[in-house]
Design a protein. Structure first.
Length: 354
């Protein structure tokens, strides 16, 4: 298949030598180049790859006032031989366009997203760190930039991809609190879209939880706070015997995670019964107390698996078993990490190799 090649303006002097790869912090350092595509007059213009640089936007740009902003997150890994592997980028492309449709934004053409992404990674592949938990984090995003103060969809947009060398997002297990006041999303809202506003609304309750000694929240339904939804910025899963359970997507309040989708497929292939069904707070609390829930964890791009060691509910702190001995989540984490670095054969066509 013929791939598009977009114009490139290379940076005069690379910043690579200034980066301490032994002390990377997630999302703090950015590689030399970025992709930029602009939309106006109802068409996407030819993208460019440019040096990473500030944007120039009018104060009246729609994104500042009406919040049309969506994004994705995925990773590129590199093995010791220098081969580069990208996990399920086609699914990120589909989800970005699903978010765009919900936010009344134009869809991104496949060649701009996929070919632009691969060309950008190829150009900055020296920025991909090698080692356990190391990756080049890839952030495609779109913002509305029409300088017009009127409540309507913007007439112009910027689609961009920036990249960031990163170490592990979490190390070890996390403590979470069941949220019973604030809500992440409501039925009929934009919870299933990867919209920037969803994350803005989560910051205050997450901060309050951190002040109480927790790392993150377990979000519950907005109506009665009776049903589990997400864990922080991740999908939520638990294991009961040979069953893997996760909240369903049919309410459209939960982001359809790509890691989530992959893990559920692997669970079925490995002989687990997969159940996408409502899970009540009561079921979770009682399952931890009577030890019928053996594993509880968040799943997402940044951490792959984030084991949960403690769940705070009302005045109680519920303790999960030692996560280092968990059977399913440790197995799936190891498998996905080895798959993403080419150590196991890709039997699902999930990996794009450069």
């Amino acid at each position: 298949m013929k791939h598009s090649t977009f114009p490139v303006q290379k940076i005069a002097t690379s910043k690579l030598s200034s980066i301490n790869f032994d002390n990377l912090k997630f999302g703090r350092d950015f590689s030399d180049h970025m992709l930029l595509a602009e939309y106006n007059d109802e068409i996407w213009k030819t993208p460019q790859i440019l040096p990473y640089q500030p944007l120039e936007l009018f104060p009246a740009a729609s994104v500042f006032h009406y919040g049309q902003a969506i994004f994705e997150g995925l990773k590129a890994h590199k093995n010791d031989a220098g081969e580069v592997f990208i996990f399920r980028a086609d699914e990120n492309f589909k989800r970005l366009n699903s978010s765009a449709a919900r936010m009344s934004m134009p869809e991104i053409p496949e060649d701009i997203f996929m070919d632009g992404l691969m060309q950008l990674i190829e150009l900055d592949k020296d920025w991909i760190p090698v080692g356990d938990g190391m990756s080049l984090y890839l952030r495609p995003f779109m913002i509305a930039d029409d300088p017009f103060l009127g409540v309507k969809p913007s007439g112009s947009y910027k689609f961009m991809i920036i990249t960031s060398p990163s170490a592990s997002y979490y190390s070890g297990a996390v403590k979470v609190k069941i949220e019973s006041h604030y809500s992440r999303a409501a039925v009929g809202g934009v919870g299933a879209a990867k919209a920037a506003g969803n994350y803005a609304a989560s910051l205050l309750p997450a901060k309050k939880a951190q002040e109480e000694g927790y790392d993150q929240l377990i979000w519950t339904d907005a109506k009665n706070h009776q049903y589990l939804e997400e864990s922080g910025t991740m999908n939520l899963m638990l294991v009961k015997g040979k069953k893997v359970l996760t909240p369903p997507l049919d309410s459209k309040t939960i982001l359809p995670g790509i890691t989530r989708k992959s893990i559920l497929q692997l669970a079925e292939e490995w002989g687990y019964e997969v159940m996408e069904r409502p899970i009540t707070v009561t079921e979770l609390v009682e399952g931890i107390e009577d030890n019928s829930i053996s594993e509880l964890f968040g799943v997402g791009t940044a951490a792959t698996i984030a084991p949960i060691s403690v769940v705070g509910y009302k005045d109680n702190q519920l303790q999960l078993p030692d996560y280092t001995k968990w059977e399913f989540s440790n197995k799936v984490k190891q498998y996905l990490e080895e798959l993403k670095t080419g150590k196991v054969k890709d039997t699902h066509n999930w990996i794009e190799t450069l």
